[in-house]
Design a protein around this ligand. Sequence first.
Ligand SMILES: [Zn+2]
Length: 473
Amino acid sequence: VLTKKREEFIPYSKNVVKIYACGITVSGEAHIGHAYQSIVFDVIKKYLEYCGNKVIYVRNYTDVDDKIIARANELGMDPLDYANKFITKTDVELEQLGNDRATVQPRASENINEMIVFIEKLIEKGNAYETERGDVYFSVKTFPEYGKLSNRNVEESINGVRKEVEPGKIDERDFALWKAAKEGEISWDSPWGKGRPGWHIECSAMCIKYLGETIDIHGGGRDLIFPHHENEIAQSEALSGNTFANYWIHNGLININGQKMSKSLGNGISIKELLERHHPDVVRFTLLKNHYRSDINILDGNFEESEEHIYKFYMILDAIDKLNAFGKAESYEDYSELIGQIKQDFEAAMNNDFNTSIVLANLFKYFEKMADLLEKNRVSELFAMKKEIVDLYSILGILQYKPAKVINLLREKHLKKNGITEQEILRLLEERKICKEKKDYQASDMIRERLNTKGISVMDRKSGTEWDIIFEK
Ligand SMILES: [Zn+2]
């Protein structure tokens, strides 16, 4: 249903949801844009599962592509080996980001036969034609609904197409289903001679193979709407005569400091770099803070800001864990109303087009409440609240780590950045204690100052002196 409006979601088969998301073209390191897209669809998958559906999620890897062939040639590598190297690496990185594996992660190169059969059928039905040199094109004029997803008219469609010399092409809008092999390029045998598939056909072929003719949700980045998804609809519906996808979900794009990511600007961030610099929760928090349809402009300090929030959340969770360790048991009380509200808030926001922005904003309210309950020592209420939050937010893939571990990790990172070690801190605090005992308050204040400049705050409590890290504003 191509209404460009939000619609109520009803799966085609009861309690089974079929999702196809266009995955990564593995021509190099996966970057933050891939991270964003994969996280958005991972959250959608997890939420639909939470709602009681069986989700079949297909996410492809494009391993046959001009760029891959060019790079592999530069390195004197087999293009499929080159692509395979990045698929293995990307798989691990996506998992480290907290994503579930898709149900099926097919590769283009493993489905060439399916694509050939698909193209043969399109030729048979008169929707595609072969050229003299062995290319096959989809004939756009045979599919009158062309443009219904992107709402483009003919002229606009032409403007979106790369203008290359493509001999034998009848209509400018027609797009390649099969490309005749060029010298020294990887190729497969086909009824039209040696060649390789065009990009669009792989998604249609794999979608139908793994999910059937009609799927529930098809998605990808907004930049794929035209021509990629438009072409997928044309091929698939021309073949099957059925609606290809009932719902389309497109996530926004990522800009870095107001600029598009590009090789020439050198402003791209790879997932590898992201994970070296930030905890996965920090990455997910930053990327899910906006609604998935909006573009994200990553500014300096965005991740650091999220890191502070994540650190503070885990500090509270850790404090609750410690209550647990002391084994304070209270009589059972009924907190169903409080817990019910958390669940209700969560579902209301997610049911409104997966609004993770609101879901994350709600966390501040809950953690404030838990900090308050900690002061009042209301243990069982805290346990109940913590459990509900950790359970629900597993759908966003955050707050799932052991609090003490995350705190240590983030503290270590902070100390390293400020050039101080925990040993030094403890030594200085010991010195400060001695100064205070001697009533040399000037000296003890100086030590506190010194720690402050190293990003460490000092708190004197009844139970003793504690330290914590100070986040830069
Ligand atoms: Zn695709």
